[in-house]
Design a protein around this ligand. Structure first.
Ligand code: V07
Length: 254
C-alpha cells in the first residue's frame, strides 16, 4: 500500500486525535490569565476574590504543566498597563506574590520548579521584590519546570530597552550597524535565555495579545477559550495541548 510508505497522507483516526502524545508536548507555554474580575462579579464578590481564586489556579496549572513535562510556563501576572488600575487593587495584586509563595513555595521546591520573572523587576514595591527574590534564590538550582512570571511586563517597553541596549553596544564599539540581526534583538530581551513560546493560551474570550511577547510569538500557536481564568481546569489545559498537537507548524515554510 502506497499509503503505508507515505504516512503523512494518511488521515488521523479519531483516537489519534483525542490522545496526548508525549513526544509532541510544547516545551514553552505562555498564558494570559484573564477573567478574574469577571469571575468574581458573576458571584457578587469583590474583584480581589477573583484575583485570589486566580492565584490558587496558578498552582493547579503548574501541577498540570509538570505532569506533562513542559519545560517553561510563562504567566502574565501584571502588565506595565496594570498600574492604571485603582490603587487598592494594585496594592492587593502586589501582595499576591507573597501570598502565593508563602502558601506554595515548599511544594514548588518539592516539585523541582525553578522560579524566574520577566519584566521591570526593579520598579516593583520592595516587599514584593523581596519575597520573589527569595523564591528565585531558593529555587535557582532546581532543574524542573521553569515557572516564569511576567510582572510589570510590557512587550513594547521590552523592545525599546532591547533597541537602546543595541545602540549603546554599537556606540561602545561592540559591533557595527551592519551586524544587527534578529539574534541581537532577541539577545537583549528579558527572554534571551528562553526558547520562544510554542503555544500561547488566553482565557476569558478576548482574542488579542495585549502587549505580551510580541516578538517572541512570531511563530507561536494561539489557543483561546471563553473560560475565565479561575475556571481554567486541567481538562481545558489538556484540550489546549491536544489541539496544539493536531496543528501543523510551518514556521513560514511550506
Ligand atoms: C497574580 C493571580 C493570577 C491571575 C492573574 C492576576 C492576579 C501568582 C503570582 C506570582 C507572582 C510571583 C511569583 C509567584 C507567583 C501573581 C501577581 C498577580 C502580581 F514568584 N498569581 N499572581 N502575581 N494573580
Amino acid at each position: 500500500m502506497l499509503i503505508n510508505k507515505l504516512p503523512f497522507l494518511k488521515k488521523k483516526s479519531s483516537e489519534e486525535i483525542r490522545t496526548l502524545k508525549p513526544d509532541n508536548i510544547p516545551e514553552h507555554v505562555a498564558i494570559i490569565m484573564d477573567g478574574n474580575g469577571r469571575w468574581a462579579k458573576k458571584r457578587g464578590l469583590p474583584r480581589f476574590a477573583g484575583h485570589k481564586e486566580g492565584m490558587d489556579n496558578v498552582k493547579k496549572v503548574v501541577k498540570t504543566a509538570n505532569k506533562h513535562g513542559l519545560k517553561v510556563l510563562t504567566l502574565y501576572a501584571f502588565s506595565t498597563e496594570n498600574w492604571k488600575r485603582p490603587k487598592p487593587e494594585v496594592d492587593y495584586l502586589m501582595k499576591l506574590p507573597m501570598d502565593f509563595l508563602s502558601t506554595y513555595l515548599p511544594e514548588l521546591i518539592e516539585e523541582n520548579v525553578q522560579i524566574q520573572t520577566i519584566g521591570e523587576f526593579d520598579l516593583l514595591p520592595d516587599h514584593t521584590k523581596k519575597a520573589i527574590q527569595e523564591a528565585k534564590d531558593k529555587t535557582v538550582k532546581n532543574n524542573g519546570l521553569i515557572l516564569n512570571i511576567a510582572l510589570n511586563y510590557g512587550s513594547r517597553y521590552e523592545l525599546v530597552q532591547s533597541i537602546k541596549k543595541t545602540v549603546t553596544d554599537i556606540q561602545n564599539g561592540k559591533y557595527s550597524v551592519e551586524e544587527i540581526d534578529e539574534n541581537v534583538i532577541s539577545d537583549n530581551l528579558y527572554t534571551s535565555h528562553l526558547k520562544d513560546p510554542d503555544l500561547l493560551i488566553r482565557t476569558s474570550g478576548e482574542i488579542r495579545l495585549s502587549n505580551f511577547l510580541l516578538w517572541q510569538s512570531a511563530y507561536t500557536e494561539f489557543w483561546f477559550t471563553d473560560a475565565l481564568w479561575p475556571d481554567f481546569s486541567e481538562a481545558l489545559f489538556e484540550q489546549a495541548l491536544l489541539d496544539y498537537q493536531n496543528r501543523k507548524r510551518r514556521f513560514g515554510g511550506i
